[in-house]
Unconditional design. Structure first.
Length: 396
């Protein structure tokens, strides 16, 4: 078995069951393990601590599979972990109102770098780390062996794989190739999803409960949906009774799918407006024209990919929330999100508070929003809480 030995005192986070070991914590690598190989993690004194996947090209040099010395990392290991993860979503599998959700959520499900999203009878697999890639065939066989899906499609085409020294992979893996776009249901709403080329694995599954919250909060009025993508929040706002919704996104094809999703739900397309463009620029134009809204949704892409980007990201979040507050009418709602893992909730709330102050408005938080139960956050892995959101109301 390959081994890595940690520097003095660097075993503390591992003993607290944090699943990442950074390159600077390692004193010695024994026998030169290859990319994704399983290694035993030893303390400086030589005591066994954990078993991990080794990634020589990444700053996260090892991702821990298990803290049980008797547990082997083999085919049975992946079968057990996937079974456990799927069982934890049984409430969603039995819910006829939800046909798309996450079945495996990487580190927080004990499978670092492994993402499995379910869209009806189809599974979409993402492998984000060297260890996950090493066990790719076994993971696919484990998913096939469950007998509860019609086909598996791979979307391992995200930029984090470059940090692991891995090539981009997409394509049909097994069974029936999913129709693109396919249709899913979510609390009475329907959406067409492009899993072959859409963002993430095709749809923002992590915003499911937040879309429902928006739907339950908005009653009428004019709504602005920024970074609309394929219209999850646009459709939710119209279904809630919004009189008019303006959707902005930089992608024309995404906006075409917004319109299609509006029609799919028999909602009034004539009450919709679309702008293909840069959200920051469009908000400034509307501010200068004096346009206002009763509710605004801000769901931007990740502004900070690592901790060194936090200050730059904070400026971006401050700017966009400041513009939103200036566009809100008295009594209006702001639903604002950050999916930057390096920006924690405390910092995000301070940024939004500062934006309200600079905009000269008084606002109150009416809800703390985040990722749903199928995107769990391990108590020992706070980095897993990547999606943060605030629902605010401007005081009258």
């Amino acid at each position: 078995m390959y081994q890595i030995k940690l520097k003095v005192g660097r075993e503390r986070s591992v003993l607290r069951r944090h699943p990442w070991i950074f390159s600077g914590a390692i004193e010695k690598v024994l026998e030169e393990p290859g990319v994704g190989e399983t290694v035993d993690v030893l303390s400086h004194e030589g005591d066994w601590i954990a078993r991990a996947a080794y990634s020589p090209n990444s700053q996260i040099r090892a991702r821990i599979w298990t803290w049980d010395q008797e547990e082997k990392v083999d085919e049975e290991f992946f079968w057990r972990r996937i079974e456990r993860s799927v069982a934890a979503r049984r409430h969603l599998a039995l819910d006829p109102h939800v046909t798309a959700y996450r079945e495996v959520h990487a580190e927080s499900d004990g499978l670092p770098g492994v993402i499995v999203d379910r869209y009806g009878g189809s599974l979409v697999l993402q492998l984000l780390s060297a260890g996950a890639e090493q066990w790719r065939d076994v993971i696919v066989e484990s998913l096939k062996g469950r007998g509860d899906c019609n086909g598996i499609f791979e979307r391992s085409d995200v930029d984090v794989r470059q940090l692991e020294g891995l090539p981009s992979r997409t394509g049909h893996l097994w069974g029936d190739e999913p129709i693109d776009p396919l249709m899913i249901s979510e609390y009475g709403l329907r959406f067409r999803v492009e899993i072959h080329r859409g963002q993430k694995t095709g749809f923002y599954l992590d915003q499911r409960e937040n879309r429902r919250f928006v739907r339950e909060t908005i009653e009428s009025g004019e709504v602005l949906d920024c970074f609309a993508y394929t219209g999850g929040f646009t459709v939710a706002a119209l279904a809630a009774g919004a009189n008019r919704v303006l959707s902005i996104d930089s992608s024309g094809p995404a906006l075409d799918l917004v319109a299609e999703n509006v029609r799919l739900n028999d909602l009034p397309v004539e009450d919709c407006e679309w702008i293909e463009g840069d959200v920051f620029e469009e908000l400034r134009k509307m501010r200068d024209r004096g346009r206002t809204f009763d509710a605004i949704i801000l769901d931007p892409p990740r502004f900070a990919r690592r901790s060194s980007h936090v200050q730059r990201a904070a400026r971006g979040y401050k700017d966009i929330n400041l513009l939103a507050f200036k566009l809100l009418r008295a009594g209006g709602f702001l639903f604002t999100f950050s999916c930057s893992g390096a920006v924690d909730m405390d910092l995000f709330q301070k940024i939004v508070a500062g934006a309200a102050l600079d905009a000269g408005v008084d606002a109150a938080i009416i809800g703390w929003l985040g990722q749903p139960s199928d995107h769990p956050v391990s108590l020992n892995f706070p980095e897993g809480r990547y999606l943060k959101g605030l629902a605010c109301r401007v005081m009258v």
